[in-house]
Design a protein. Structure first.
Length: 223
């Protein structure tokens, strides 16, 4: 039986319109996004298979071109998933830029998590702020492997000057998903803070992105 033969109230698209997106499971939301199934599987069954193969929703959405090999997820469906994720990121970026000031780690944590959480390699980035702590830009400065990224203070200072930043928030992800700051994280944060003090740029925080809520090094007293 295809989804078109289901009662109206149980069809994913109709359920979303009637009850809101929060009423749908992950597989049902994917079914709406995918639009159709493949031979022998409706869209919800395809969504379940994709989630099972990827391991979790985050991995699937972060890299739909790499995370799954399920038959039926062709270029068009992969493009839809990638476009949906990019729209979510841009929406978070708009919200971040619209804030009059960044008051606490939660203000930037959602956006930085969306940018970095599910990457399979380590990325170090900077959120550049003006003198009122309003967002100027975000930039990924260094990429590494699952073992780490080499961060060069000279390049961080150069980027801050280029953006005319008065303050900065660092962020990097741990591909393992464990968001505990390492000794190396603490050491490079101190080194960067000392380098940026020479050009009048304040380091407000360093967020470590893993599974769950980002860890604020400032909140831990590590900055």
């Amino acid at each position: 039986m295809s989804i078109r033969d289901w009662p109206l109230g149980e069809r994913p698209r109709e359920k979303l319109l009637a009850r809101g997106s929060g009423a749908l499971s992950d597989a049902e939301l994917l079914a709406v996004l995918l639009g159709s199934g493949v031979r022998g599987r409706d869209a919800i069954a395809l969504g379940r298979d994709l989630l099972l193969e990827a391991g979790n929703l985050g991995t699937l959405l972060a890299r739909p071109d790499k995370s799954v090999r399920t038959t039926g997820l062709g270029p068009a469906k992969r493009a839809r998933i990638a476009a949906a994720l990019e729209l979510a990121r841009r929406s978070l970026a708009e919200q971040l830029h619209a804030q009059p000031t960044l008051g606490n780690p939660r203000d930037s944590g959602n956006y930085l998590s969306a940018r970095l959480r599910h990457l399979p390699y380590e990325v170090f980035g900077c959120l550049f702020l003006d003198n009122r702590h309003r967002v100027l830009a975000f930039e990924e400065l260094f990429r590494g492997t699952v073992d780490g990224a080499s961060v060069h203070p000279r390049e961080v200072v150069r980027a801050c000057l280029m953006h005319n930043a008065c303050a900065v928030i660092f962020a990097h992800n741990h591909p393992s998903g464990v968001a505990e700051p390492s000794a190396a994280d603490c050491a490079i944060t101190r080194e960067l803070r000392e380098a940026l003090q020479l050009v009048g740029v304040r380091v407000l925080d360093h967020l470590v992105i893993g599974h769950g809520t980002p860890v604020s090094m400032a909140a831990r007293g590590l900055i």
